[in-house]
Design a protein. Sequence first.
Length: 104
Amino acid sequence: MFWNEFKIDFDFFPFRTFGTKCAKCTRWICSSDWVRRARDSSTLIEQVYHLACFACDACKRQLSTGEEFALFDQRVLCKTHYQELVDGPSDESDGKEEEDEGKL
Ligand SMILES: [Zn+2]
Ligand SMILES: [Zn+2]
């Protein structure tokens, strides 16, 4: 499925490395901050976010561990809003361009 390309690993851990900026707010991450890491499986670029910054850009909902999301144009999107972005707002059908092929 299309979505699998965008399945991204992420972890939740106390970040110990200095010199990393949050990909969302671009502030430096302190050693005491809790962060999430997200690796884009298509570019293999790893981004680091503050815990509070790791939220869907559309609905502002914080994403939890194991939840599917996508990095799109430097923005974090939940699965729902990512699909809305690529497919356009539509119904729950599988969304392929099958039109009326199956009808008699
Ligand atoms: Zn941040
Ligand atoms: Zn969302």
